[in-house]
Design a protein around this ligand. Structure first.
Ligand SMILES: CC(C)(COP(=O)(O)OP(=O)(O)OC[C@H]1O[C@@H](n2cnc3c(N)ncnc32)[C@H](O)[C@@H]1OP(=O)(O)O)[C@@H](O)C(=O)NCCC(=O)NCCS
Length: 236
C-alpha cells in the first residue's frame, strides 16, 4: 500500500503552481461557492449530504471562528479544492467521531478529517490525497493521533484515496439514515493485522461488512472491479 510521504514526494510536481494555505473568514464566500458548485454537480446525491446549518458548519472549520481548520488549494486567487479538519473536545451531536470514541477522553486525541471537495476541472491530480496528507500532519502536530473520516459506501474514489493514505474501515453503519463507512488511522499505534488471511466483500454489501468490523476485521484495501463496483478487502 502506498504511504503519504512517498506520495507527496512523487506527485507534488504535477500540481506545480498550486498553493495550499489555511482559510480565513475572508475565504468563506469562495468556500461556499466551491461547495455549492460541487454539490450541484454530483451525479449521485447520496455521495455527500448537505449540511443543515451550512454557515455554522463552515465557521466551525475556520481557525478564527471555530475549533477546526480548512486547508484550501489555490490556482492563483481561485480556490479550487479544500479539506477540513475538526478537533472535537467532547461528543458533538453532529460530528461523526462519537461513533468510534468509546471513552470521553478519546475525543481530545481525535481529529475528524471532516470534508473535502475538488472542483470538477481539477480532479485527477490527487488533490484529495495531498489535502489528506497535510491534514494528517496537522492532526499529528496538535497531538490528535486518531484520525477519522467518513465516506458513503458508494463514494469509491474518496474511499480509495483515504485508504491509499493509510486509513482503514473500522465502522460500517447508518448515519442520519445514510449508509456510511468510518475510516480510521491511529498514528500512535500501527495496527498489526494478518494480511495473509483476507475476506473480499462487494462494496455494496454493507451487512457483511458490518458483521466483519463488529468481529475485529478492518477494511484494508479496495479493488475497482468495474466502473460502478468495488471490492473491499478485510483483514484482522
Ligand atoms: C472525491 C474527490 C474529493 C476526489 O478528488 P481528486 O483528488 O481529484 O481524486 P482523484 O481523481 O485524483 O483520485 C484518483 C484515484 O481514484 C481512483 N479511482 C477513480 N475512479 C475510481 C472508482 N470508480 N473506484 C475506485 N477508485 C477509483 C483512481 O484510480 C486514482 O487512484 P490512484 O491514485 O491509486 O491511481 C472529488 O471527486 C470530489 O470533490 N467529489 C465530490 C465531493 C466528495 O465526494 N467529497 C468526498 C467526501 S468523503
Amino acid at each position: 500500500m502506498q504511504s503519504g510521504p512517498n506520495f507527496l514526494q512523487q506527485d507534488y510536481t504535477k500540481n506545480e503552481g498550486l498553493k495550499v494555505r489555511s482559510l480565513t473568514t475572508a475565504d468563506v464566500p469562495s468556500l461556499s461557492r466551491l461547495r455549492s458548485d460541487v454539490l450541484d454537480g454530483l451525479a449521485d446525491a447520496e455521495l455527500y449530504s448537505r449540511e443543515t446549518d451550512e454557515v455554522g458548519f463552515l465557521h466551525a472549520h475556520i481557525g478564527e471562528t471555530g475549533p477546526g481548520e480548512t486547508l484550501g488549494v489555490f490556482d492563483g486567487h481561485e480556490l479550487i479544492a479544500y479539506g477540513m479538519i475538526g478537533f472535537p473536545d467532547k461528543a458533538d451531536p453532529v460530528g461523526f467521531a462519537r461513533y468510534i470514541c468509546t471513552d470521553p477522553s478519546d475525543f481530545a486525541r481525535t481529529a475528524e478529517l471532516a470534508s473535502c471537495m475538488v472542483s470538477a476541472r481539477y480532479r485527477g491530480r490527487h488533490l484529495q490525497r495531498l489535502l489528506l496528507a497535510k491534514r494528517i500532519e496537522l492532526a499529528q502536530s496538535r497531538g490528535r493521533h486518531l484520525c477519522v473520516a467518513m465516506a458513503s459506501l458508494r463514494n469509491h474514489v474518496s474511499r480509495h484515496n483515504l485508504m491509499r493514505e493509510g486509513l482503514q474501515i473500522g465502522w460500517v453503519g447508518e448515519i442520519c439514515g445514510l449508509k456510511r463507512h468510518l475510516l480510521i488511522l491511529d498514528l500512535s499505534q500501527p495496527r498489526a493485522l494478518n494480511l495473509g488471511i483476507t475476506q473480499w466483500v462487494d462494496a455494496a454489501d454493507w451487512k457483511r461488512q458490518q458483521y466483519l468490523v463488529q468481529n475485529g476485521w478492518w477494511g484494508v484495501d479496495t479493488v475497482q472491479s468495474s466502473q460502478e463496483g468495488n471490492t473491499l478487502v478485510f483483514a484482522r
